[in-house]
Design a protein around this ligand. Structure first.
Ligand SMILES: Nc1ncnc2c1ncn2[C@@H]1O[C@H](COP(=O)(O)OP(=O)(O)OP(=O)(O)O)[C@@H](O)[C@H]1O
Length: 263
C-alpha cells in the first residue's frame, strides 16, 4: 500500500459521535489520486456522515482528515470546497424553476471564492464576466452530456439528466476530488450504465471520485477499491473481488436483510 503522503485524501481514526451513538468509529483509509473509491454499507452504516466529515459539513469528534497532505480536520466547509473537494447531495440542490445553465453558474458560486457569481455580476465587468461564467457553464454541461440543454428549465429535465446536472454543478469549479452521494437514485438500468460511463469519463479527465452507492452491480464494476462500513466501523477494504468475498461483508449485508443483488 502506498504511503499516505501520496494519497489525495487521508482519513486517520475518523470518529463522529451523536450523543450516545457513534455514527463513524475510528475509520482510517487513503484514497489515491485518480481512483474511483466507493463506500458501501447497510442503511445507517455511517456513509453520509463520513461524507459530511470529509467535506467539513459535520465537525469530527476525533481523528484527522488530510487533503493533498494538508490537515483539513477543522477547516470550514467553504474553504474545503475552495481547496478542491466538491460533492453532490442525496437530495440535490437544484433550483427547479431555473435553467440548467443558471444552476451550473450557482455551482460555480457555491464552490469557488474567486468566481462568486453575485460579486462578479455587481462589478463593472458585469456583462463580460457573465458571458465568461455562461461559457464555463455551457462547457461543463457538454462534459456531462447535457450540451444544448443550458436554457432548458431544470424541472423539465428527466431524473437522469437532473443527476447529470447535479454533477455539472459539482464540477463547475474544477475540483480534484468529487464526492457523489447515490448518483443513481431513481434511475433505471440503462440510465445507470450511462451514468457509470460518465463517471469513468470524468475520472479519465483527472478527477478522483469518492462514491456512496447502493447499486451493487455499479459499485462492483466501476470501483477501483471499496470500503465497507457497518455500524460506523470499517469492516473491509480492497478491490471489488476481495470485498465481495469477504465473510464479514456478507454477514453485514445478510444481517441487514440485504439480497446480494441490486435493490
Ligand atoms: N445529525 C445527526 N444526529 C443524530 N444522529 C445522526 C445524525 N446524522 C446521522 N445520524 C445517525 O448516524 C448513523 C449513521 O447515519 P448515516 O446517515 O451516516 O448512515 P448511512 O450509511 O448514510 O445510511 P443510508 O444508507 O440510510 O443513507 C445513523 O444511526 C443515523 O441515525
Amino acid at each position: 500500500m502506498a504511503s499516505s503522503n501520496d494519497a489525495i485524501l487521508h482519513l486517520d481514526q475518523v470518529t463522529r459521535r451523536f450523543g450516545g451513538l457513534t455514527a463513524v468509529n475510528g475509520v482510517s483509509f487513503d484514497v489515491m489520486p485518480g481512483e474511483i473509491f466507493s463506500i458501501i454499507g447497510p442503511n445507517g452504516a455511517g456513509k453520509s456522515t463520513l461524507f459530511n466529515l470529509v467535506t467539513g459539513v459535520t465537525p469530527l469528534s476525533s481523528g484527522r482528515v488530510a487533503f493533498e497532505g494538508s490537515d483539513v480536520s477543522t477547516v470550514s466547509v467553504h474553504k474545503i470546497a475552495g481547496m478542491g473537494i466538491s460533492r453532490t447531495f442525496q437530495s440535490t440542490q437544484i433550483l427547479m424553476d431555473q435553467s440548467a445553465a443558471y444552476n451550473v453558474m450557482l455551482g460555480l458560486q457555491r464552490e469557488s471564492r474567486a468566481t462568486l457569481v453575485g460579486a462578479i455580476f455587481r462589478s463593472r465587468g458585469f456583462r463580460r464576466e457573465e458571458r465568461r461564467c455562461r461559457a464555463i457553464a455551457e462547457e461543463v454541461l457538454v462534459r456531462v452530456g447535457l450540451g444544448g440543454a443550458g436554457e432548458t428549465g431544470a424541472a423539465e429535465l428527466s431524473t437522469a439528466n437532473q443527476q447529470r446536472l447535479a454533477i455539472a454543478m459539482a464540477i463547475a469549479s474544477g475540483p480534484k476530488l468529487l464526492l457523489l452521494d447515490e448518483p443513481t437514485g431513481g434511475l433505471i438500468e440503462t440510465e445507470v450504465d450511462d451514468l457509470m460511463h460518465l463517471i469513468a469519463t470524468l475520472r479519465e479527465g483527472g478527477l478522483t471520485v469518492l462514491l456512496i452507492e447502493h447499486k451493487m452491480r455499479m459499485v462492483m464494476s466501476i470501483s477501483d477499491r471499496i470500503a465497507v462500513l457497518d455500524h460506523g466501523e470499517l469492516i473491509s477494504i480492497g478491490p471489488p473481488k476481495q470485498v465481495r468475498n469477504d465473510p464479514r461483508v456478507l454477514e453485514a449485508y445478510l444481517g441487514a436483510n440485504y439480497v446480494a443483488e441490486d435493490h
